[in-house]
Design a protein around this ligand. Structure first.
Ligand code: NAP
Ligand code: ZN
Ligand code: ZN
Length: 357
């Protein structure tokens, strides 16, 4: 029997229900585990998709949160990488088999046995249970999936790097974005705003595509060289055939073909946004110009550490709006309206002060 303790968390009991405070069980650290006191947790649109069962039925209760920053409060006897007091992060996965070809290649997110998501995944330690994420006061994670936060970072603004940062860094690296490349970033939300900052730091020329006029000027402050209001057909037409690569971070239905049209011959569009419904792609959007329509999911653990170190060196963190956990339902509504600049981060002190239920 795995030993557990009760802790405070915030989650939902059904797709249609709001999030509320609840008590959950965490395992006591086993020999390779790190126990982390959570200081901050970013609010990713995937949290909302999952809490509301938009990607298929979720398991309830559901405690989202996979942009976790905190302090190590205890370590198992075999832990080598971390000690009590270290400032650490946990992203979207907390386990994988560590033996298959993809785990061996540092691509744990594509583990052949399936990676264990930080929330809503079968818990390997507690039979019948599902993992609970970072909208909680503490978490226990195998040391392999724990990241080091560079010393110069503001800890709250670093939290979104654990998902939004790696999800944009990984495809930008994979498709060799850098000097001499003209790159589009579509959807300037949590992911998109990190995509602009990181692509710019990699040396690319960055074009931001937004549906929000209020983000027009700001996209330049974030690092974009040019900004396009995607609803304006004339502005879109001016970029026809001009881009080497497009990173699409849109959370809802939109016309992919309009963006494929902006690629140069042999250009690629990588989807990281994960809307609820399929996005139709016309054959002629691809065959005219040997274009690639691709996708990418987060990044491996080694690459996540590489991204954190890269962001540390380039002084990159997220632009955040800090909230108390009691404001999470309101934050979800604002996320749906594209009304966040550019990531909500929960101050977990607002949960720790509450009585247990
Ligand atoms: P977010 O902060 O809500 O940003 C999404 C942005 O998409 C909005 O700010 C908005 O940008 C644009 N948008 C929203 N609705 C739109 C519509 N109807 N038409 C056109 N544009 C629209 O979300 P996020 O946290 O960045 O996540 C974005 C997506 O990536 C989500 O689907 C999420 O689940 C997914 N995701 C995937 C991975 C992965 O590994 N692949 C990891 C994390 C998240 P503008 O205002 O600029 O138009
Ligand atoms: Zn995420
Ligand atoms: Zn594996």
């Amino acid at each position: 029997m795995t030993e557990t303790t009760n802790i405070r968390a915030y989650g939902t009991k059904a797709a249609e229900a709001p999030l509320n405070q609840m008590d959950i069980k965490r395992r006591k650290p086993t020999p390779h585990d790190v126990e982390i006191d959570i200081l901050f947790c970013g609010v990713c649109h995937s949290d909302l998709h999952t809490a509301r069962s938009e990607w298929g039925p979720s398991m309830y209760p559901c405690v989202p949160g996979h942009e976790i920053v905190g302090k190590v409060i205890s370590v198992g006897e075999h832990v080598k990488k971390f000690k009590v007091g270290d400032v650490v992060g946990v992203g979207c996965m907390v386990d994988s088999c560590r033996a298959c070809q993809y785990c061996e290649e540092d691509l744990e997110q594509f583990c052949e046995s399936g990676m264990t998501g930080t929330y809503n995944a079968p818990d390997k330690h507690i039979p019948g249970a599902f993992t609970f994420g970072g909208y909680s006061e503490s978490v226990v994670v195998h040391e392999h999936y724990v990241l080091r936060i560079p010393e110069n970072m503001d800890l709250a603004a670093a939290a979104p790097l654990l998902c939004a940062g790696i999800t944009t860094y990984s495809p930008l690296r994979h498709w060799q974005v850098g000097p001499g490349k003209k790159v589009g970033v579509v959807g300037i939300g949590g992911l998109g705003h990190m995509g602009i900052k990181i692509a710019k730091a990699m040396g690319a020329e960055v074009v931001a595509f937004t549906t929000s006029e209020s983000k027009f000027a700001e996209a330049k402050r974030l690092g974009a060289d040019e900004v396009v209001l995607s609803k304006d057909k004339a502005q879109m037409a001016a970029y026809s055939g001009k881009l080497h690569f497009i990173l699409d971070a849109v959370s809802a239905q939109h016309d992919i073909n309009a963006y494929l049209n902006l690629l140069r011959v042999d250009g690629s569009l990588a989807l990281v946004g994960a809307p609820e419904h399929p996005l139709p792609v016309a054959a002629f959007s691809l065959i005219m110009g040997r274009k690639s329509f691709a996708g990418s999911m987060i990044g491996g653990i080694a690459e996540t550490q590489e991204m954190l170190d890269f962001c540390g060196q380039h002084h990159i963190v997220a632009d955040i709006e800090m909230i108390d956990i009691q404001k999470i339902n309101e934050a979800y509504e604002r996320l749906l309206n594209g009304d966040v600049k550019y990531r909500f981060v929960i101050d977990m002190a607002s949960l720790k002060g509450q009585p247990m239920l």
